[in-house]
Write a protein that binds this ligand. Sequence first.
Ligand code: ADP
Ligand code: MG
Length: 295
Amino acid sequence: ATPTALMVGTGRGAQLGILIKGPEVLESTRRVDTIVLDKTGTVTTGTMTLLDVIADAGEDPDEIVRLAGALEDASEHPIARAIAAGAVGRVGTLPSVEDFANVEGLGVQGVVDGHAVLVGRARLLTDWSQHLPSELAQAMVEAENSGRTAVAVGWDGVARGVLVVADAIKPTSAEAITRFRGLGLKPVLLTGDNAAVARTVAAEVGIDEDAVIAEVLPKDKVDAVRRLQDDGRVVAMVGDGVNDAAALAQADLGLAMGTGTDVAIEASDLTLVRGDLRVAADAIRLSRRTLATIK
Ligand code: ADP
Ligand code: MG
């Protein structure tokens, strides 16, 4: 009866929109007591829009949008998609980029119209000695306190402005968190984004403030999972991005959003086809029930 029960379990999974890598995956669902959730693209839609442009005194906001938009056009990051789309809407055709590079967890850099442009966290700019005037630093803090994401823009050695983008929380996320708790799982939010944004999102979906791990560089996400495991927790992790792949592989149970990147899907045990976080709870409940049928 064992193989039949497993086939029923995985067949039902496919109906619900869950792809299971192999039957051995089910076993780890039994002991899982913690569920680590990536923020961007997992709890939130990952689709941001450009809301605001704050130019430093004497700077042209359209030029900030134009150069930042051109640079971000070369990046796949959700913040980048918002800025590039917003820029096209605002200034039309964007110039091309040379020497584009991603700076892991911090932002992007490249040359646009002969200017060496940086877009990203304040730290990306200060690392290049482009110190933010207090008005811009203040604008970033205010945006972030209200749960939005602010990135700084600078070129040719000078910080020029701040772009504010916002990412919507998926309408299904709060319900998913309730379901996780119903299964006895402690939800944890893990993100590279800043602590204020992370706390606002956590509060909106019902994740405890002490269960927010923010400002984690992509390469450190795997360590955050390992630390929870060292504390004796059995960890499921849900993620969507390239930056989640190592953590998904490290987790006792890795779940990828089917709407996410192939790298995340390959690193995970289960794929949630429609990117609906509630299905992660369904997946865990289904595999536990399938196991109960087998034993
Ligand atoms: P998350 O874990 O939330 O998906 P990442 O590790 O990808 O976040 O990024 C961390 C932070 O680095 C972002 O919140 C943003 O401030 C900055 N950043 C990363 N990539 C970009 C980009 N292409 N443009 C602007 N900022 C970026
Ligand atoms: Mg992500």
